[in-house]
Design a protein around this ligand. Structure first.
Ligand code: PLP
Length: 394
């Protein structure tokens, strides 16, 4: 059928998901090792998986649950938020992952036509969530090319001068795709600016446990701050679809409006997924940290693999599972480079332009075990060396 005429403009004008684009790009390519998707290589805690095996026949597992989440899980999460994140005044809603949490928030907090702020390189799904809900005035700030920290001076100006005043500012900490960690005083300044301007601040903490080199994650709490979390990476629960929103208990009407959105999208996160989340919490942060510690070696292997790009080209990796690397100046078509790396050298990465950073690539160090990371790294190194010396020779 010929045209897009009958489809929603909101959707048609939304970017296509980058992973789908990558799959199309790689069609026909064989033996490709992936450093592309943001995943971890481990499965959920064994004890937790064994426990969910026992509850598949319980009738309650197949029924709807409370929109907000299973009371026992919410209780455990409030305790975790208090203990680990020092969030004492937040309420919690369990969602089908942090992506759905973000959509919930956009629908709850923004009207079509509102202005919102994010910083490049940004998390592509957040960008798409704005686009597809009609929040098309997306003001994209730059990040410092050395530190990849958001340009807060620019934010200050925009929150004062833009008409309309942005309704919401969002950051991912530590970042996807940057892997950079925003220091506390900087996030505090962002928060103060938002508060003074009457804007919401949404902080995506999906990678809260993915911190390296003795850096410690933190959260901020205030009446204009919403924090997002995910079970996907920490507990290797990508396919179980469980995340949660910590939102200010004191904000009038927040819960009632959020509930309307939740009731119309998942109704509730899958019950068996929530149960697995609850049992996984028993394994606790130590279980996660043991696995995250192993990623340090992966990061080292891939930093080394990208050395042909030059000393200053590779950034990020302070947190999360990503390195962000600048391609040579004559490689502005990063999609082409990604296709070439996959088809000629058998290794897949994400093109930076999917995150508003053309001429860069995002490389994930979470998805493969050390031995496979080493192999993928060797392919990447060969590819990048050839790219730098001879260009994209077919
Ligand atoms: C920053 C960020 N937020 C959210 C998500 C999605 O998480 P979930 O699986 O919980 O929806 C991802 C996954 O890559 C992510 O990187």
């Amino acid at each position: 059928m010929g045209s897009f005429a009958k489809l929603a403009k909101r959707c048609v004008e939304t970017e296509a998901p980058v992973m789908v684009k990558i799959q199309e790009l790689l069609r026909g390519a064989t033996d490709v090792m992936s450093l592309a998707q943001g995943i971890v290589y481990w499965q959920p805690p064994e004890t937790a998986l064994n426990k969910v095996k026992e509850i598949v026949w319980e009738p309650a597992t197949s029924k709807y649950g409370a929109d907000d989440g299973l009371p026992e899980l919410r209780e455990a999460l409030l305790e975790k938020l208090r203990r680990e994140n020092k969030l004492t005044k937040s309420s919690v809603m369990v969602t089908a992952g942090a992506n759905q949490a973000f959509v919930n928030l956009v629908l709850t907090l923004c009207d079509a036509g509102d202005s919102v702020v994010m910083f490049a390189p940004y998390y592509f799904n957040s960008f798409m969530s704005f686009q597809m809900t009609g929040v098309t005035d997306i003001l994209v700030g730059a990040s410092n090319p050395k530190t990849l920290h958001p340009d807060v001076d620019w934010l200050e100006k925009v929150l004062k001068e833009n008409n309309p005043i942005p309704k919401l500012v969002t950051v991912v900490n530590p970042g996807n795709p940057s892997g950079a960690f925003i220091p506390k005083p900087m996030l505090q300044r962002i928060s103060d600016l938002c508060r003074n301007a009457g804007a919401w601040l949404v902080v995506d903490n999906t990678y809260e446990y993915f911190m390296y080199d003795k850096m410690e994650h933190y959260c901020l709490e205030d009446d204009h701050i919403v924090n997002l979390f995910s079970f996907s990476k920490a507990y290797g629960m990508m396919g179980w679809r469980v995340g949660y929103i910590a939102y200010p208990s004191e904000a009038d009407g927040f819960h009632a409006q959020l509930l309307k959105v939740q009731d119309n999208i998942p109704i509730c996160a899958s019950i068996i997924g929530q149960r697995l989340a609850l049992y996984s919490l028993e394994a606790g942060p130590e279980w996660i940290r043991e696995r995250v510690n192993d990623l340090v070696k992966n990061r080292e292997l891939l930093v080394e693999a990208m050395s042909p790009l030059g000393e200053d080209a590779v950034k990020g990796g302070e947190g999360a599972i990503y390195l962000w690397a600048k391609l040579p100046d004559n490689c502005s078509d990063d999609f082409e480079v990604v296709r070439w790396l996959a088809t000629k050298h058998g290794v897949a990465v994400i093109p930076g332009s999917a995150s508003g950073g053309p001429g860069y690539i995002r490389v994930s160090f979470g998805g493969l075990k050390e031995e496979d990371t080493r192999l993928a790294g060797e392919r990447l190194r060969r590819g990048l060396q050839e790219l730098v010396t001879d260009g994209m020779v077919q």
